[in-house]
Unconditional design. Structure first.
Lengths: 389, 389
């Protein structure tokens, strides 16, 4: 029953059959008129999801490739940057910046706390020479399940000229992010999260201000050169051969997202978050992110209780109940686990996952009575869906 | 009949239904045991195709991404490199090197001529200080249909310590290239050519000598850092989320390639080359590459005859006969066209394509009698397949 497996990791996420079918076709010439029409349609629809009037460029790469593009197209060696770190992916922004020789001011936030806009305000206010060229932050930190308040961070930046560069790889189409309205300068996203596609595509959009900074940037990077992306998108194409089958899938997944409607999606994701947060607490587990407002609607991080071995839990859930969730990464390995509720997921999937978690914890002796977690899922679902007439 | 279209461009190429089916499955967790098994199997089989004992790393990117990796992991700003140029992709190697501040000695060869090993010998012999750090060359130049003699180029390098860095994106699994035996230090390939996959994956392998050079390289590139690829492949995984569905397709396409056998594939590709070269000449057209030994077994470039408008030919072939071939790129636009005979192609497809070309040229008044080109295809096919009993 491999294909029935519930894949609830924070990406790659499950993919709708409609999208699988759209990709399972003989290839298209990437410079053909037919494919240009696809690029045109997809670009228009990406703009809707990003809530932007600006172009959104498609890169054939993992999210990390887009993170690199979001650094190398704007930052020169020696430039000063502020990197807000809530976990592994914030750390990655710091590493990519350091690698090209940027001077990184790194601010780590305590596990489970979102980035503090007040601190941003403080640092930028103290930067009298206005030397800080950009502020890097995750909208949604996949590693720890944090949702940062991008609107507040932008407001905290005041009139400081630094660019606001946001990794929304696991945030876009999960939590509301009106890119233009909030004034983010560079925003990236990835295919294997809320876009319900296999990994391999990433997206990036930039403001006029970001383009101006780009002009003064000695970008050593050839493959991720956004000038080439811009020039080519004007002709409905990409600089290099793109992952054509994934783009055909994207065409379909954008249709699905827009049919559902962004508002409905954000609401649904909020319900998912409540289902999982309330249910794991009912199972006696502790959330990593205490503050509900700072908690991600894409993924919930849970502390591994004293005495429980994550690998045992993971194995039981997988082999006995066909549900795959994710562990912690790097220094959080064995300390937290993460339940993804992003992509092609519905409420009943999460109920199933919680039931599996409950049974596995029961088998391991960490839960005494069955049914409590599942009942909480039912309660939250009915809170959203109302009572039957 | 869109899905019946003969796609005979030099990539993306057609994809076998077996591979399409392998990719059209619900996603797999990229850190799961199941997927690690796939990575292990695929890595072993890639080594067979590359005829190497070394690791072959999988990158989630177009071929151009792998070209960048083949530069930035070895070359520092200020390093001297020799770039042999037979067309657009040789030019791209020069550009990527220039971009990171390498001192590029660029040698362009006349349109239709392969890279001259004697010239390489001369340049390296004159390089008394042994300052040239690497020689860059395409095994198969996709833009002009040139097959370079990598073995001869390596021999011409003699005892000079420069690395031999070969773009075999459209050469691997088309023309024989025993990577270890010939002593190429860095070799790259791409998914959308002979590997019969959609675009989105690239492959790279390197020698011990290349690893030594890598150690002294201040590689600014994060996403294409091969040290991370090496460290992760040792654990049957990749540094960042890979294009999992394409890797599942690769697993199947490698099975197909190895079932067919490399020797049989090289022989088949030689037949394809002869079919197309002899047939287009029978149609009164002129080949770009006169010397049969320098002609690519993956793609044949043909001069657009005086008075013929490429776009008209292209359009007729597409709309009337459902066959897509490729034009020239950049300064060769309108001057040459290219017939791809790579990927999921059989001899009868090429016969069909030649028939379509013949009919289109007939409609445009460039061919007087029908049947000549097709008959030549039949003759070449029977030359390979023998007579019926």
């Amino acid at each position: 029953m491999y294909e029935k497996q519930l894949l609830l990791i924070p990406g790659p996420t499950m993919v709708p059959p409609r999208v699988l079918r759209a990709m399972a076709v003989p290839p298209v010439g990437h410079r053909s008129q037919k494919f240009s029409q696809v690029v045109r349609e997809v670009s228009q629809n990406l703009k809707k999801v990003f809530q932007t009037e600006r172009d959104v460029y498609i890169l054939t790469a993992s999210g990390t490739g887009a993170m690199e593009a979001a650094v190398t197209n704007f930052i020169n060696p020696g430039d000063k940057v502020l990197v807000l770190v809530n976990g592994k992916f914030g750390d990655r922004f710091a590493k990519i910046n350091a690698r090209i020789g940027a001077e990184v001011i790194r601010k780590d936030f305590e596990l489970g706390k979102s980035a503090d806009p007040e601190l941003v305000k403080e640092i930028l206010t103290e930067d009298k020479g206005q030397e800080i060229k950009a502020v890097f932050v995750q909208q949604n930190e996949t590693a720890t399940g944090i949702l940062n308040n991008i609107k507040a961070i932008k407001e905290a930046m005041g009139n400081h000229p630094a660019l606001l560069i946001v990794d929304s790889i696991s945030g876009m189409a999960v939590a509301d992010f009106p890119v233009d309205e909030w004034g983010a300068d560079v925003v990236i996203a990835g295919s294997q999260k809320a876009f319900m596609l296999p990994p391999g595509l990433a997206f990036i959009t930039l403001s006029e201000k970001a383009w101006k900074v780009n002009e003064t940037c000695k970008n050593y990077n050839y493959y991720f050169d956004l000038k080439a992306a811009k020039k080519n998108l004007a002709q409905d194409t990409t600089p290099y051969t793109p992952a054509t089958s994934l783009i055909l899938g994207l065409q379909e997944s954008l249709n699905i997202l827009l049919e559902e409607g962004l508002e409905n999606i954000y609401k649904k994701q909020q319900m998912f978050k409540e289902i999982v947060r309330e249910a794991v607490q009912a199972l006696g587990l502790e959330l990593v992110v205490k503050d509900e407002k700072a908690a991600s609607p894409a993924i919930t991080a849970v502390k591994v209780p004293e005495g429980l071995v994550w690998k045992d839990l993971n194995k039981l859930m997988l082999t006995n109940f066909n549900v795959e969730i994710a562990g912690g990464q790097d220094e959080l390995k064995g300390k937290i686990f993460r339940i993804g509720h992003i992509g092609y997921v519905q409420d009943m999937d999460l109920l199933t996952a919680i039931a599996a978690l409950e049974m596995a914890l029961f088998q391991l002796g960490f839960v005494k009575d069955l049914g409590r977690g599942v009942r909480v899922c039912q309660e939250v679902i009915l809170r959203y869906k109302g009572e039957t007439k």
